[in-house]
Design a protein. Sequence first.
Length: 385
Amino acid sequence: MGEVPPKRHTQFRAGDGTLLVEEVMGYEGFSGNESILYHLQSPCDVAEIGEFEPLVIDEWVPDTHVHRLTQTAPLQPLGDPVSGRRVLMFNDDVEMAICKPAADLDGFYRNGEGDEVIFVHEGSGVFETIFGTLPYGPHDYVVIPRGTTYRVRMDDGPQTWLTFHTPGEIETPDRYRNRYGQLLEHAPFSQRDFHPPASLETHGERGGSYELVVRARHGHQRFVLDYHPFDIVGWDGYVYPYSFNIHDFEPKSGRLHQPPTVHQTFQGPNFVICSFCPRNLDWDPLAVPIPYHHSNLQSEEVIYYVDGRFGSRAGVGAGALTLHPSGLPHGPQPGRVEASLGTTRTDELAVMCDTFRPLRLTALARELEDPGYALSWHGGARAPA
Ligand SMILES: [Fe+2]
């Protein structure tokens, strides 16, 4: 986007003759994906060094190991697009939070220790980033690579986001790609479904005061700049923020029930993110069109319910979050299998995150928990709807 010189690492000047500052932003030393950006001035330039505030997660260690249901719908708007992220579950690979930002960020933010995925349940607006402006709307996944300086301008109306932070990299699954990296024909999405920033605006403002918060070492380091940080004239490469709308995920059905694997959308280290979308169901006359019971021997399964009716359980509506942890089998609640027979279609919309290492919970998860859920398979305790 914008302008870049014909050869990298060569002199590149602005209209007034100023030599631009080239920055290579990349992963894995100089071996991973990278982009090259051209700044009006050095991105190292900070005018003031502010406080470092550690990020503290208020952990809850429950007394019991059971299936859990967390109702996030009652949460009220709070904070901004960063401070408003309220972590519910976490481990060393991923943090999952609900964010209902009440106000725009005052300054600019950069996650210096992880990639982010923001699933927009409700709301719209734009992510203004150093790579350009990325519009977002309902049911978009917004993927922001670490190192991206950004702020959010939200439209009016409610905003509800499910956010993920990982110290690893957010990727699409390897099995969807050919040996050159292009998405294969059988992948549930193609390159046209992924949207980079729509426009790039170069800010040359000098003077003034611009606050920048950088997440690093489990804390927020504050800086003050005396220039606008979106001073990019042009960039190219493979690292940039993008959006992908869940309705562009092409769901797969089979004659018999398909495993969650077919819903996989992203992968991170020791976790996956899957999209359950409206689709036709299994068409064999003897098919059972909802999941069989399964034992998560090595994974924890979190589902966030977005919209529609979820076939295998009652009592979960939009904003509900279930956790089926390792070591315990789970499956449809009493009566649901019988009720599902002959069903030809589902309108469920949900985001799942399976982690391969145990999840820890927060005090907020305790506060929002529905304590009856763990007994909901017992003796028809929760009559099927
Ligand atoms: Fe499951």
